[in-house]
Structures are given as structure tokens and as C-alpha cells.
Design a protein around this ligand. Structure first.
Ligand SMILES: [Zn+2]
Length: 225
């Protein structure tokens, strides 16, 4: 399917406007960010317990060194502490809901041989529309966030097909810029994170990760599948 798309168009990366957020972790900022994350999670538990419960099962892992926003591999919640501090607490609730729905909808494993970038965009449209409709946290406006009313209630597959139909008219770069997170979905050229035994435990899909200098290792928390 991806052969339908002009390669140069489908391989666009997010612009570097968030790249200044990538860098060494500042322990003070991280402590503030974790407090904001925990507060947001408690808020979700109180108001949206489905999302709060699942958010609590995701391990919070600082990713200042390689991720400018947030990310999930289906198990962990990776965050950039500086990005978290840019958001209001209720927007962080929305962000948790966003990552939870990617996991619940199994977006990573449903891609098949679809174009990864278009699939990622379709996933964010479906997730954000759901969160907005169910009033989970506060829709993120501090940074651009993908939303189209016409995609409300549609599955990722339906949205993907619609995007593919119009792909020549779309500004893929602009849409990627409106993604509030990275989806780890395992392209051939992804950065691989290895555990101490050398097994691949996570894949970074978007290409902006340079190199893991932190000895970053993903471990598996107990999580309902
Ligand atoms: Zn997303």
C-alpha cells in the first residue's frame, strides 16, 4: 500500500520545533514533571476511572534524551519533562488518555503493511476525537493537536483509507507537526533499545532519536494485556 504514496512525501519527519526540548535530564524539572503527571493521573482516576486505571498501569519513564514530547510502546509512558511542563495539568490528563487509547486500540500491532506515517496520523485523529467526545481531560491547545470532526467515531482503518484517498492534497508535514506523541511501531531503520541480554525490547519509529546515550533499557511492568 505504501508504494501508492510518493516516497518523499511519506517519509517526512516532524519539524524540529520541539527538538530544543531534547537534551540531558534536569532532575529538578523532572521532579516537577513527575508531580504533574501523578496529579493528572489522580485526576483521571477520580473523573475518568477507565482511563485513570489504565494510566496507572503504565510505567513512567523519563525520555528527555531522545523524545521531545511523549511516547508509548504499548506498555510504558515515556515523557519529555520539559514538554510536560509546557502543558496544563488537564492537558496532561488528555495526554495520558491519548497514550492509553493507543494501547487499548492496539494501534502498534494493527498497522500491517500500511504507510507508517499516514497510519500514525490516522491513529491520532481517532484517539483525539474519542477523548474530546468523552471529555477526557482538556483537549490540548498549548501545542497543535490533530482533530477533524469528520473523523469522530471512525476507526483508524477508515481514517487511513480516507487520508490515502486525499494524500496528494494533504500537507503531511503539517499533520505530523500536529502529533502530540511518538508511536513506537518498528520500522526497519528504527533505533533499537536493547535489554542487558541484547534482545530488542522497544523500537523508536520516528527517526529523530539520535543515539541512546543513557544506557536506556525498557523493562516490563506488570500490565494487563
Ligand atoms: Zn499518538
Amino acid at each position: 500500500m505504501s508504494s501508492v504514496i510518493d516516497k518523499s512525501k511519506s517519509k517526512k519527519k516532524r519539524s524540529d520545533k520541539f527538538d530544543k526540548l531534547i537534551g540531558p535530564m534536569d532532575t529538578k524539572v523532572d521532579a516537577q514533571a513527575r508531580e504533574r503527571l501523578v496529579t493528572a493521573r489522580v485526576g483521571l482516576l477520580l473523573r475518568q476511572s477507565f482511563f485513570g486505571n489504565l494510566a496507572t498501569r503504565m510505567k513512567l519513564i523519563n525520555a528527555d534524551e531522545w523524545c521531545a514530547t511523549a511516547a508509548t510502546d504499548g506498555r510504558n509512558f515515556y515523557y519529555n519533562s520539559r514538554f510536560i511542563m509546557m502543558l496544563k495539568t488537564k492537558e496532561v490528563e488528555f495526554l495520558f488518555g491519548h497514550e492509553v487509547l493507543h494501547v487499548v486500540y492496539d494501534h502498534i500491532d494493527r498497522r500491517g503493511n500500511r504507510d507508517p506515517q499516514i497510519w500514525n496520523i490516522a491513529n491520532d485523529y481517532t484517539v483525539n476525537a474519542d477523548l474530546k467526545r468523552h471529555k477526557v481531560g482538556q483537549f490540548i491547545t498549548t501545542v497543535p493537536c490533530l482533530y477533524e470532526q469528520k473523523y469522530d467515531g471512525k476507526t483508524s482503518e477508515e481514517i487511513y483509507d480516507d487520508l490515502m484517498k486525499n494524500v496528494q492534497k494533504l500537507d503531511i508535514n503539517d499533520l505530523i507537526d500536529q502529533m502530540i506523541d511518538d508511536h513506537m511501531d518498528g520500522d526497519a531503520d528504527d533505533l533499537r533499545f536493547l535489554d542487558p541480554a541484547g534482545s530488542v525490547v522497544a523500537l523508536y519509529a520516528k527517526g529523530r532519536a539520535k543515539k541512546d546515550k543513557t544506557g536506556f533499557v525498557v523493562d516490563y511492568p506488570a500490565i494487563a494485556s
